[in-house]
Write a protein that binds this ligand. Structure first.
Ligand SMILES: Cc1cc2nc3c(=O)[nH]c(=O)nc-3n(C[C@H](O)[C@H](O)[C@H](O)COP(=O)(O)OP(=O)(O)OC[C@H]3O[C@@H](n4cnc5c(N)ncnc54)[C@H](O)[C@@H]3O)c2cc1C
Length: 454
C-alpha cells in the first residue's frame, strides 16, 4: 500500500497501446465508454515503432535501391550511374514514417477523448490496477479491463540478446551500421523479410532455417519463387540448422515470441494462462475473469497485428453489450520478399488432407499484361476450390503487390464465393487482379489467356 494512495474509478481500462490496445480503446470510446489507456511508451506498440512499419519502410527503400541497380531498368532504357545509399539516412526516413503515423494515432486517441496515462500497469486484484509512471504511482478501479501488453522475442537458452552480437528482429532494424555479413535464424516471414532487406543492401546474408522448409504451410510451388528470389540476392540458405551449428556473429534470431505477461501479477487475479504463458480467452476475448479481456500477442496466439486489431474490436464491442466473436475463417499471410508472396486459406495439400475433393487453377504472371508493363513476369496466382460446389478454399499469389491483392480472395473465402463468382465480375484491365480471374477461369476449364492443360 502506498501512503496517501487514492483510487480513481474508471470505466474501461486498457493496458498496452499497441495495435490491439489503441484500437480497442478507440472502438470502446466510439461505443460511448469512457476509456483510460495505459502504456510505457507512445501509442502504436511493437508494430508501429519497432516491427511491421519500420521493417516495411526499410524494405521499400531497399527495394527501390535494388531496382535502380538492376539490369531490368537498363532494359527499359533507364541508365542510372553511381547509385548509392546511406543507411543512416534510410533510418531517418524510416523514423519519419513512424513518427507521422504515431502522430496520427495520438490524434485519434485524443480526438476520441481517451485518457492516456504513461506508465507500467499491473493488477492489485481483479478490480484494480496500479500504474507506476511519470505521474508517480496511481491506482485505478475499473468496470472492465482489456489486457493488450503484447509479446517479446522468445528467449534462446544460453544466447542472451545484446543488440550487437545476438539480436532480435527489432534490434536488427536499428543497427547503427550495416554489418558486412549477417546470419539470420528463422523460417518465418520476418526472417525472410530481414534476409531480403539486408541482402538488397549488399550484406552477405546466411539464412538458417531450423525446419526442413522455409515458410511452413505455404504451397511448395509458390515457395520455389521466393527461394529463387532469396538465392538471386546471394542469400545462402541452410535448412535443418541447429543453434549450436551457428557460430557467426552478428546473428538475428526470429524464433517466435512469448507473451508479455509476467509482470502483470495475473496470479493475484486468478487469470488462467495458456501453455505458452499467454492469457487464455474465449472467442469473445474474455478471460476466465469475465470483466477482464485480453487481445493480441499477449494471448499467446499467432502474433500478427491484423489479429490484434480484430480482437480489439471484438473485446470493445462485447464489453459494450454487443454479441460478437473473433471467428475469422482465414488469416492472410504476406511476405515482402522478391517476389512478394501472399497466401490465405488452404493449400491444395491441406484441403485434400481436410477431406475436400478439390479443383485448382493457376495463372502465370508471364501471361498478364499489367505484370509485363511493370517489367516483371516472375510469379503466379493459384486458387484451390471445392470441386463439389466451386467454393474457394485457398489462394496463393506471388508477384508485385500480392499482399494488397490477397484481400479480394480473403473476402471471397469469408463470403463463400465460388470460382464462378470470381470469374463473373469485371476486373480492371490491364490489372494484376486479372491473374485471379484467369486462375478461377482456369480451374473452371475456360481461361482465355492460357491454353487448357492436357
Ligand atoms: C520485426 C517485426 C515485424 C512484424 N511485421 C508484422 C507484419 O508485417 N504484419 C503483422 O500483422 N504483424 C507484424 N509483426 C507483429 C506485430 O508487431 C504484433 O503482432 C503486434 O504489434 C501485436 O500487437 P499487440 O497490441 O498485441 O502488442 P504490441 O504491439 O506489442 O503492444 C503492446 C504494448 O503494451 C505495452 N505494455 C506492455 N506491458 C505493459 C504494462 N505492464 N503496462 C503498460 N504498458 C505495457 C508495450 O509498451 C506496448 O506498447 C511484426 C513484429 C516484428 C517484431
Amino acid at each position: 500500500m502506498v501512503v496517501g494512495d487514492v483510487t480513481t474509478a474508471v470505466d474501461v481500462l486498457v493496458i498496452g497501446a499497441g495495435p490491439g490496445g489503441y484500437v480497442a480503446a478507440i472502438r470502446a470510446a466510439q461505443l460511448g465508454r469512457h476509456v483510460t489507456l495505459i502504456d510505457q511508451g507512445p501509442p502504436g506498440g511493437t508494430c508501429l515503432h519497432r516491427g511491421c512499419i519500420p521493417l516495411k519502410a526499410l524494405l521499400s527503400a531497399s527495394e527501390r535501391y535494388q531496382q535502380i541497380c538492376s539490369e531490368e531498368l537498363a532494359v527499359m532504357g533507364i541508365h542510372a550511374e553511381e547509385v548509392s545509399f546511406d543507411w543512416a539516412s534510410m533510418q531517418v526516413w524510416k523514423k519519419s514514417v513512424v513518427d507521422r503515423l504515431a502522430e496520427g494515432v495520438q490524434r485519434l486517441v485524443a480526438g476520441n477523448h481517451i485518457d492516456y496515462i504513461h506508465g507500467t500497469g499491473w493488477f492489485i486484484n481483479a478490480q484494480e490496477v496500479r500504474v507506476e509512471g511519470e505521474h508517480g504511482s496511481l491506482r485505478f478501479k475499473f468496470e472492465h479491463c482489456i489486457i493488450a501488453t503484447g509479446a517479446e522475442a522468445a528467449p534462446i537458452s544460453g544466447l542472451p540478446y545484446d543488440g550487437k552480437h545476438v539480436l532480435t528482429p527489432e534490434q536488427a532494424l536499428i543497427l547503427p551500421e550495416l554489418p558486412e555479413a549477417l546470419s539470420i535464424v528463422g523460417d518465418d516471414y520476418i526472417a525472410l523479410e530481414l534476409a531480403t532487406l539486408f541482402a538488397r543492401l549488399g550484406v552477405k546474408v546466411k539464412l538458417y532455417s531450423p525446419g526442413e522448409h522455409l515458410l511452413a504451410d505455404v504451397d511448395p510451388v509458390a515457395l520455389r519463387f521466393v527461394q529463387a528470389g532469396l538465392r538471386k540476392l546471394g542469400i545462402q540458405i541452410t535448412t535443418k540448422a541447429t543453434m549450436e551449428s551457428i557460430a557467426e556473429r552478428p546473428v538475428v534470431i526470429s524464433q517466435g515470441v512469448c507473451p508479455r505477461t509476467p509482470g502483470l501479477h495475473l496470479n493475484d487475479v486468478g487469470i488462467e494462462a495458456t501453455t505458452n504463458s499467454g492469457i487464455k480467452v474465449n472467442s469473445m476475448q474474455q478471460s476466465n475473469v469475465p470483466h477482464i479481456f485480453a487481445i493480441g500477442d499477449c494471448t499467446g496466439g499467432r502474433a500478427l497485428a491484423s489479429i490484434a486489431m480484430k480482437q480489439a474490436k471484438v473485446a470493445a464491442e462485447v464489453l459494450s453489450g454487443q454479441r460478437v466473436q473473433f471467428a475469422p475463417l482465414v488469416t492472410p499471410l504476406v511476405v515482402h520478399t522478391t517476389p512478394e508472396l501472399a497466401a490465405v486459406g488452404s493449400t491444395a495439400e491441406e484441403a485434400t488432407k481436410a477431406g475436400y475433393n478439390i479443383v485448382t487453377g493457376r495463372f502465370p504472371l508471364a501471361a498478364n499484361g499489367r505484370a509485363l508493363t511493370l517489367g516483371t513476369d516472375n510469379g503466379l496466382a493459384m486458387l484451390v476450390a471445392n470441386a463439389d460446389d466451386g467454393t474457394l478454399l485457398g489462394a496463393t499469389l506471388v508477384g508485385p503487390r500480392a499482399g494488397d491483392l490477397i484481400g479480394q480472395t480473403t473476402l471471397s473465402i469469408e463470403m463463400g464465393a465460388t470460382l464462378t463468382d470470381l470469374s463473373e465480375i469485371l476486373y480492371a484491365h490491364p490489372g494484376l487482379s486479372e491473374t485471379v480471374l484467369e486462375a478461377a477461369e482456369g480451374a473452371l476449364g475456360r481461361a482465355i489467356h492460357m491454353l487448357a492443360r492436357g
